[in-house]
Write a protein that binds this ligand. Structure first.
Ligand code: CUA
Length: 167
């Protein structure tokens, strides 16, 4: 037997509520989480840190002299270029407990910079400056990999960061 038209049972209302409430609560919750991460924790997408002429990276400061320099107690800056199929510098040594900022770009095609064991996972675009910072507490070797396909020898494009025990 069907129910009389124009009247819904309380059970139907409950079913509707069970769908409607989460469909409001979930987006509101996601929006709140987004607000907290952006404005509270300060997480955001990488922004443009600067540009250099893509065809003249090798002649443009600071990328004309890639390398590592100490910028403070326990703080280092690595100016890095990427090109098929290597990073320059390709081997970096720092003492344990160092905070290292990488200022990097590409001389030719899109490369990647991924450092295993720390939170570095960035793209290196020709002419665009990428800046990422990581702290190296644990002594050992950290692999530094290109993780954007950049041609036939992409898989050989890697280097390492050697973290020496603090004296
Ligand atoms: Cu450079 Cu893959």
């Amino acid at each position: 037997m069907s129910e009389p038209t124009g009247k819904s049972s309380p059970t139907v209302y409950l079913y509707e509520l069970a769908w409607i409430l989460p469909s409001i609560a979930i987006p509101v919750g996601m929006l709140a989480a987004l607000t907290v991460t952006v404005f509270g924790v300060g997480m955001h997408l990488p922004t443009v840190e600067g540009r250099v002429p893509a065809a003249q990276v090798a002649q443009t400061a600071p990328f004309d002299v890639p390398g590592i320099k100490q910028v403070g107690p326990g703080r280092y800056e690595v100016v890095m270029t990427s090109q098929i199929w290597t990073f320059a510098p390709n081997e970096i040594r720092v003492p344990a407990g160092s905070t290292v900022t990488f200022v990097a770009t590409s001389k030719d095609v899109v490369h990647g910079l991924l450092i295993a064991g720390v939170h570095v996972n960035a793209m290196l675009l020709p002419g665009q400056v990428t800046r990422v910072t990581a702290r190296f507490d644990r002594p050992g070797e950290y692999a530094m990999l290109c993780h954007e396909y950049c041609g036939i020898a992409h898989h050989t494009m890697w280097g390492k960061i050697i973290v020496e025990p603090a004296s």
